[in-house]
Design a protein around this ligand. Sequence first.
Ligand SMILES: NC(=O)c1ccc[n+]([C@@H]2O[C@H](COP(=O)([O-])OP(=O)(O)OC[C@H]3O[C@@H](n4cnc5c(N)ncnc54)[C@H](OP(=O)(O)O)[C@@H]3O)[C@@H](O)[C@H]2O)c1
Length: 366
Amino acid sequence: MNTADLQNTQMLVAKNDLRTFKFEHSPRLTAADLAEGQVLFDVEYFALTANNITYAVAGDSMGYWQFFPAGEDWGRIPVWGFAHVSASKHPDVAMGDRVYGYLPMGTQLVIQAERVSEKQMVDGSAHRAGLAPVYNQLLRVNPSPDADADALQMLYRPLFMTSWLLDDFLAHNDFFGASQIILTSASSKTSFGLAFMLAQRGDIKVIGLTSPGNVDFVNSLGVYDEVVTYDNITSLDAKTESVVVDMAGNGSTLAAVHNHFDSALRYSCLVGATHWNERSGAQEMAGPEPELFFAPNHIKERSAEWGPGGLENRFDTGWQSFTAKVGNWVTVQNCRGEEAVGQLYTQLLAGQAPPDVGYVANVGSV
Ligand SMILES: NC(=O)c1ccc[n+]([C@@H]2O[C@H](COP(=O)([O-])OP(=O)(O)OC[C@H]3O[C@@H](n4cnc5c(N)ncnc54)[C@H](OP(=O)(O)O)[C@@H]3O)[C@@H](O)[C@H]2O)c1
């Protein structure tokens, strides 16, 4: 056994400077460290995308540091991934049980297992009280790992839920009277998931805004009607009634879209902040006041209309069609060990990770 495997390793990020990080090591936790009702997990692997960087950027303002507390100055970035039970002091959770859900960038995790059922368990630790329930659930999954299916789930499911909801929200509002939807960070998984859904409707034009280096990738997806670079926004017809969905959070880019379309901009929807270091570019803008997309509100509205299982069934149809395609668009790459994960994190933070690779990571060595 590798000596590193005898340790519990956790990646910590400095809250006041996300470029600074360290790996903290402590003796590997065992059953002897657990209190009644607690469960110890070994993290198998997790996905890492710009979405996780946004969790860190919004760590203080939106509470993302509270999921896996690491003191005042350091934070543990939440990730979506798979883990299995290595010790349990809960009668209904057994060694080897596997789950999918919100995990830290580390090798081990202890939860206070509550509301344990055949389908899921909930982390009822004191520090989790008051946090959004969806993040506190760990879903039980098949005990035999299927690396390909797991990669699709980790990389896309949390993002595609937002893409799918946005598509439904826009269509439900008759696209606010617009005939085209403009998506920023068109190369991001959340944007191309939305473009995929919109393209299937056929009655709305989809324009992707991206960086010059990502144009070929975005064009190759075949889900955008037109792809334009950020410095070429004025080439678009300013009279065409449009909606912008902003995944980049870059103040200058959003202002350029607003000022170019002015009153032809029918709706401005804020979703992400991939260009997290350009957010301060906010300035006076023509057109409508941007509105933050709050997915839980839309879920609530549609769940009430569609009844039990209605939203889930419709989402599953979209998910099946998306996953049948996306495997050909993005190559999955495994990233294992502290050095590799540290390098990947630095690359993602700087926006230097190629959009045609989906990263599956583990800070441990096995
Ligand atoms: N509100 C919600 O509920 C919700 C849910 C899901 C996702 N989101 C947000 O949607 C965004 C996309 O997430 P994702 O995981 O889908 O992204 P991703 O696939 O990792 O996106 C990668 C792309 O983002 C852009 N990018 C990333 N880092 C950058 C940087 N430092 N500087 C400049 N550009 C950068 C680049 O695209 P371009 O060159 O095309 O700009 C890059 O190709 C995130 O901000 C995420 O938080 C929000």
